[in-house]
Ligand binder design. Structure first.
Ligand code: IPE
Ligand code: IPE
Ligand code: MG
Length: 270
C-alpha cells in the first residue's frame, strides 16, 4: 500500500507565511512581561570586540523591544538591566555601564514621552552614581503622567535584596505597632516589595541560552511561564518577542489545579 499523503490545507499554508506578530492572539496578551537581557558580553567577544561594545548594541535591542511591546499594547515590561551582583564586575565594565545608562536615559526621554511610556525603576538605586540618580529622577518625573506602557527598569536589583529589605520594613512596622504579625498575609508581603504597584509577570524571557533566574523577581515569578532562547540580547528584536508571546499563548496555565478544572474556568490571574 502506498503511504497516505495528507493534502496540504490552505490554512496550514497561509499560517506558514504569517509573521510572528500576526500569529499572536491580541485578546490574550500577557499584561506583564519580564526579561533578563543576557549575552551582551559573549556577543561582543564572538565578534572580537570588547564587552562594552556588546552593552552598547544591547541598547538598540532595548529600544526595539520597548517599541515592540508598546506597539501591541503590553501594559508592563520589566527589563533586568543591572543586578546587585553585577557591581562585582571589573571596574571598567561597571563604569562603562553606568555611563551608558546615563546617556541612554538622557537620550530616550523624548521618545518615551512621544510613545506615552511611563518609566519606573526598581532596585537599590542609592548605589548608583549621582549623575545616574539625577537623570533617573528627571526621567521618572517627566514621564509620570504617561498612561501607555509601564517600563520598569531593574537597576542594582536583586530579589534577595528586595525580600530582605521588605522583611526589615515589615519588622520595623510590627515593632512600631503599625502591623500585627497575625495580620501578615501574602498580600501584605506583596505590598512591601518594590513591585507593589505592578501585577506579577505572566511571561519571563531570558536570552542567551542560560536556564536560570539569577536573583530576578523570585517571589513575583511564582507562576510565570518561562521562555529561554539562545539568541544573544543584542540580536533580540520585536519578532523574537512576538514569537515568545505566541509560545506563551500555547501553554496551559494551571495555578496548581488540574487541566480539566482550568478548561472549565475563566482564565485565572494571580
Ligand atoms: C547582560 O549581558 C548585561 C548585564 C548583565 C549588564 P552580560 O554582560 O551578562 O553578557 P554575558 O552573559 O557575559 O555574555
Ligand atoms: C543577569 O545576568 C543580570 C542581568 C541581565 C542584568 P548575569 O549575566 O549577571 O547572570 P549570571 O551571572 O549569568 O547568572
Ligand atoms: Mg550574563
Amino acid at each position: 500500500m502506498p503511504p497516505k499523503v495528507r493534502p496540504l490545507r490552505l490554512t496550514t499554508l497561509l499560517y506558514a507565511f504569517m509573521t510572528p506578530k500576526e500569529k499572536i492572539d491580541m485578546q490574550r496578551l500577557p499584561s506583564h512581561i519580564a526579561i533578563i537581557m543576557d549575552g551582551n558580553g559573549r556577543w561582543a567577544k564572538e565578534k572580537g570586540e570588547d564587552r562594552l561594545y556588546g552593552h552598547l548594541h544591547g541598547v538598540e535591542s532595548v529600544r526595539n523591544i520597548v517599541e515592540g511591546a508598546a506597539e501591541i499594547g503590553i501594559k508592563y515590561l520589566t527589563l533586568y538591566a543591572f543586578s546587585t551582583e553585577n557591581w562585582d564586575r571589573p571596574e571598567y565594565e561597571v563604569s562603562g555601564l553606568m555611563e551608558l545608562l546615563i546617556d541612554t536615559i538622557r537620550n530616550e526621554v523624548p521618545t518615551l514621552n512621544k510613545n506615552n511610556i511611563r518609566l519606573h525603576v526598581i532596585g537599590a538605586v542609592d548605589m548608583l552614581p549621582d549623575a545616574a540618580k539625577n537623570e533617573l529622577k528627571e526621567a521618572l518625573n517627566e514621564t509620570a503622567s504617561n498612561t501607555g506602557l509601564n517600563l520598569i527598569m531593574a537597576l542594582s536589583y536583586s530579589s534577595r535584596w528586595e525580600i530582605t529589605d521588605a522583611v526589615k520594613h515589615i519588622a520595623a512596622d510590627v515593632k512600631a505597632g503599625k502591623l500585627m504579625p497575625e495580620d501578615i498575609s501574602q498580600d501584605t508581603v506583596k505590598q512591601y516589595l518594590t513591585t507593589k504597584d505592578f501585577p506579577d509577570p505572566e511571561l519571563m524571557i531570558r536570552t542567551s541560552g542560560e536556564y536560570r533566574i539569577s536573583n530576578f523577581l523570585l517571589y513575583q515569578l511564582a507562576y510565570a511561564e518561562l521562555y529561554f532562547t539562545p539568541t544573544r540580547w543584542p540580536d533580540f528584536r520585536k519578532e523574537n518577542l512576538y514569537t515568545a508571546i505566541h509560545d506563551f499563548q500555547s501553554r496551559e496555565r494551571r495555578f496548581g489545579k488540574t487541566g480539566e478544572q482550568v478548561k472549565k474556568e475563566e482564565p485565572t490571574n494571580l
